[in-house]
Structures are given as structure tokens and as C-alpha cells.
Design a protein around this ligand. Structure first.
Ligand SMILES: [Mg+2]
Length: 181
């Protein structure tokens, strides 16, 4: 099996750390608890007048590099690497402000997983062009210029539970879902 694994919301806790920083930076402003998050883009659920403040958080230097791993993700990735020959991290850079995000994603992978995994980073805005059997991704629907070869297995998050029909996975049940021992 050739496995593609997304980063934000799957192995790096984008939403959890965004919320933590939001509450720390803007304690007087309203916040949306993780379990109430709807829709993929956090900026779209916050009031329009906060849009700039929301983006300031995830565009700030150090945001991506310091994201905590999702619980169980690092252990699962290490086990997956031992079981499968072809595993890639398949991640989309934030645009248009990519300058922190791109470099920091590489640093993050190096720090948490090591050089082997840095060699297997695929950075693309169009995941449909990437070959694979399975893509694990929290994004509700993934569109691009090709009909994807991979099956989109959704990494379960409150904001993608409106999607039905895809198989779902978390780092608690990945072995059963992927049928890996
Ligand atoms: Mg993601």
C-alpha cells in the first residue's frame, strides 16, 4: 500500500493550538470550542470582524513549527513506517503567506520524526495529482485537476462530521481501518 498522510489536523494539532493561542491573545473576544467547529476553515466560522486577528495567529512566525503533535500520531507514524514501504506526508502550504509555513513544516517533521520523513514530504496545493492508494486527510472534500487514484480516508474531526460515505480514522483505530498489524 502506498499511503499519503496529511499534516495539519491529522498529525499536527492546528485547531487545538489555534484555539489555545486565540484565547491567550484575545481573552476578551468570543471563541469557538473545538467540538463546535464547523466547516474546514477556522477563519470562516469566526465573526467577520475578527478575520484579520484569526489569520494573524496562524501566519505568525513559529506557529507551524510549534504545533503539538496530535495525540498518538508520532507513535502511529513510526509503526506505519515499519509496516509499509511507501509512506509520504502530503501537505498543502498556506497561501498567499507561505514564508513561515513552508519552512516550519519541514522543521516540524525533522524535529518530531527525523530525516527519513523529511525525505518523504510532498508539498502541493493539488493532492489529486499525487499517486497513492490511501490519503488520510481531515479536509472534508479534496478537489483538484485530476480524478484522484487514492481513497480519501477522513481523519475524524468535529468540522468534517457532515461528510458521509468516506471511511474515517483516528490514531486510536488506524490499524483496524487500514488493516495493518
Ligand atoms: Mg489537514
Amino acid at each position: 500500500m502506498r499511503l499519503l498522510i496529511d499534516m495539519d489536523g491529522v498529525i499536527a494539532d492546528f485547531e487545538g493550538d489555534f484555539l489555545r493561542r486565540w484565547k491567550e491573545t484575545h481573552p476578551e473576544k468570543t471563541h469557538i470550542p473545538l467540538e463546535n467547529r464547523k466547516g474546514f476553515y477556522v477563519r470562516e466560522q469566526y465573526p467577520q470582524e475578527f478575520s484579520e486577528f484569526v489569520q494573524e495567529i496562524y501566519h505568525s512566525p513559529g506557529f507551524y513549527q510549534n504545533l503539538p503533535p496530535m495525540p498518538g500520531a508520532i507513535e502511529a507514524l513510526k509503526e506505519i513506517k515499519n509496516s509499509l514501504n511507501h509512506v509520504f506526508l502530503c501537505t498543502s502550504p498556506m497561501l498567499p503567506k507561505y514564508e513561515n509555513c513552508v519552512l516550519e513544516k519541514f522543521h516540524w517533521v525533522y524535529e518530531h520524526l527525523g530525516t527519513d520523513w523529511v525525505n518523504n514530504i510532498i508539498l502541493t496545493r493539488d493532492k489529486t495529482v499525487v499517486k497513492g492508494d490511501v490519503l488520510i486527510d481531515d479536509k472534508p472534500d479534496i478537489k483538484g485537476s485530476c480524478i484522484p487514484e487514492w481513497e480519501h480516508v477522513i481523519y475524524d474531526q468535529p468540522y468534517n462530521r457532515n461528510i458521509t460515505g468516506n471511511r474515517r480514522l483516528t490514531w486510536d483505530n488506524w490499524k483496524e481501518v487500514l488493516n495493518i498489524q
